[in-house]
Structure formats: C-alpha cells, structure tokens
Design a binder for this molecule. Structure first.
Ligand code: COI
Length: 356
C-alpha cells in the first residue's frame, strides 16, 4: 500500500557514522522526520521533512503539563542486507493505549506503520550492520496548542525520528549493578506506569541519579504502596530465575507491558522453561539468594534488549546474583531473541516485518 505523504527532502545529507562499532545510544539522527498534525478534530498533513528544530509556542501545553507520549522500536539489518522491523505493530498498539491514557486522540495504527516504512525507504540506509547495532525509531506525540488552562490540548504534533544506535549501556551485554529503591516510586495504581509517558521518565531521574552516585547503573523499583513488590528495573521489565523458573511481575497496571517482556516469556516457554507472571517480593528474592534458589536475573527492554543483573543492593546490603556473571538461561534467551532480530535464526513466531 502506497500512502499519500508529502515529501520535502533535505538538500544537505548528514554523513553516516564512520565507526559502527563505536555507536552509543540516542545522539545521532537520520536526515528526515515524518510528521502529522492534529487540529479541528482530525489528524492531518502527513509529510516527510528534513530533520530539524521544531517551532513551538512557549505556551505549548506539552511544555507545561507534559501531555506527551512516545514509543521505541528498532529496525535491524539482516545478513542479506534487508531491513527488518521487530514487532512494530505491537509498538503502535501500545502507542494508542498510551494516547488514550493521556487524553491524546488515537492514531490509525496501519497508517503509522506505512508512514514508518515510507520514512525507511528514504532513510533506511542509516541502519547499521555491526552486531549489536540497529536503527532506533522514536514515534512521539506532543501537545502543541498554546493554552495554559489545564485540559487536554486541541492541537498535537506526531513525529517519528530515527537514529543508528549501539548498546544502551556502554558495557553492552554485561551484568549491571542495581540499587533497590525503597523510597521513591516509579508508578502508582491508577497512574502512568503502564504507558510510555515522558512524565514517568522525568519522575525517575532524581532517584536514578542518587543511585548512580552510589555506583549503581539502575534502580529496581518496588511498588508504591507496600514497597515490597518487585516491579521494574530502570526503564526495563525485570526477570528472576528461581529454581530454574523464570518469574516476572504481572501486568496489573503499574508495569509497562514490554514488547521484549512478551518475547522473553514466549522464548522461555519455547525453550521448555517454566515462566510465571506473578507478584514477587524483595524478601522472596533475598531469601532465594540465601538458599541458592536465585540463579539469574535480567532486565528486558527495546533499547537494551536483555541486560543481565549481577548485583543488587537493598538497604545497604549488596547481594551477588548467581556468580555475578551472565547466567545460562539469560544467555539462551538473549541468543534466540537477538538471532531472530538480526536474521541469523528463523523467525518462527512472525515477529519480523521486512521493509520493502
Ligand atoms: C526501552 O528499552 O524499552 C526503553 O523504554 C528505554 C528508552 C526509554 C530509552
């Protein structure tokens, strides 16, 4: 399906990164951006424009009341050179559920996927081929209406920007150290924890900085009511391997329904492992570590894919998970997931969508 998108191509193209092996995360952008406006009750004006600054009123509602949502997905270069999006439809479905929660008008998911493919026809050659690298895609909506009363905006801008990325954590697929946060909360029942709202990430910054000052890469968030239940790790879903069973917190509304989380559960079950979604407390984790039942732990997300956790600090006590390295189950799940993403293993689950 060809969709009608007005194209204004950049007159000057940026040089692509020279060393794909040295790519970091989130600093380089491709030459073009896809945009849509919302006003008078409808999404309008699909267009591709050169990447550049936005013109916004200082009274734009997003700047005051944070009415904004985003998604993150990736495009991979397969060995035959083809460009492969990974589960893009799931990201656009979640985008709309984020929009609904933030009183932002929904968008046509099939149209968005087509629009992304149009953008990739122009800028897809930015997709790096180096192992561990990919093209990160960031669909976003912001409330652009200039108005200071507190209510949903009547005008919005949707855009998709993209950029080549390497590993999210500079160490790549290597164990990280986690601080269990006992005071600050990431989300609350009825709050924003199950969607990708910029506001949730802003609220996580201070606690994450304080943990970084103590030498920890990320936080393990506990529930905001009892401060006992394990929820997420940084901006990732959290998994533990207890007596060989993979356990992660259930989707009760305070946890992001991660696309990678769903992949981990599916791959684990396909590997013949038991995988459970159930509440688990920090005490259970500590007791399991003492008894030897806690074999492995890792976070999952689009940006980092799988991030092994080597150490946890809770109330000034640091515990080592397994032998502090990458556990065998974590490695197996990582190998399968990354193999499918990069096209070195068969896509038996229909997760890959080629751009053509
Ligand atoms: C993800 O990995 O899914 C994230 O949300 C991280 C992103 C905010 C950089």
């Amino acid at each position: 399906m060809e969709i009608l998108v007005h194209r204004q191509l950049a007159s000057h193209l940026q040089p692509h990164p020279r060393d794909e092996a040295a790519l970091g995360f989130g600093d380089i952008y491709t030459d073009h951006v896809f945009k849509l406006d919302y006003y008078d009750g409808a999404w309008r004006n699909p267009r591709i424009e050169p990447f550049g600054p936005l013109l916004l009123s200082p009274a734009a509602m997003v700047l005051h009341y944070s009415q904004t949502i985003f998604e993150g997905l990736k495009c991979y270069r397969h060995p035959d050179g083809r460009l492969a999006l990974f589960r893009p439809r799931d990201n656009f479905t979640r985008f709309n559920s984020s929009a609904s929660r933030m009183a932002i008008p929904n968008l046509d998911e099939a149209f968005l996927l087509q629009a992304l493919k149009e953008l990739l026809k122009i800028d897809g050659d930015w997709t790096p081929a180096h192992p561990g690298s990919s093209l990160y895609i960031r669909p976003t909506v912001i409330a652009t209406e200039a108005h200071l009363g507190v209510r949903p905006a009547k005008e919005y801008l949707f855009f998709i920007i993209m950029g080549p990325v390497g590993p999210y954590y500079p160490g790549g697929f290597a164990p990280i150290k986690i601080y269990v946060e006992n005071f600050y909360s990431r989300s609350a029942p009825g709050g924003l924890g199950a969607i990708k709202a910029g506001a949730s990430y802003a609220g996580s910054l201070l606690a994450t900085e304080l943990a970084a000052q103590k030498g920890y890469t990320q936080l393990l968030w506990l529930d905001s009511v009892s401060h006992k239940l394990v929820e997420e790790v940084g901006s990732m879903n959290m998994f533990f391997v207890l007596d060989g069973t993979i356990v992660t917190a259930p989707l009760t509304g305070t946890i992001l329904p991660g696309v990678t989380r769903a992949c981990v559960l599916a791959v684990a079950r396909d590997l013949g492992l038991r995988a459970e979604e159930r509440p688990l407390t920090i005490e259970e984790i500590l007791a399991a570590q003492k008894s030897g039942a806690l074999g492995e732990s890792f976070g999952s997300g689009t940006a980092a894919v799988i991030s092994p956790v080597g150490k946890l600090c809770y109330q000034n006590e640091e515990i080592v998970i397994g032998d502090g390295g990458v556990g065998p189950i974590t490695q197996k799940i990582y190998d399968e997931l990354v193999g499918v993403q990069y096209g070195t293993r068969p896509d038996i689950r229909g997760w890959v969508e080629f751009v053509s």
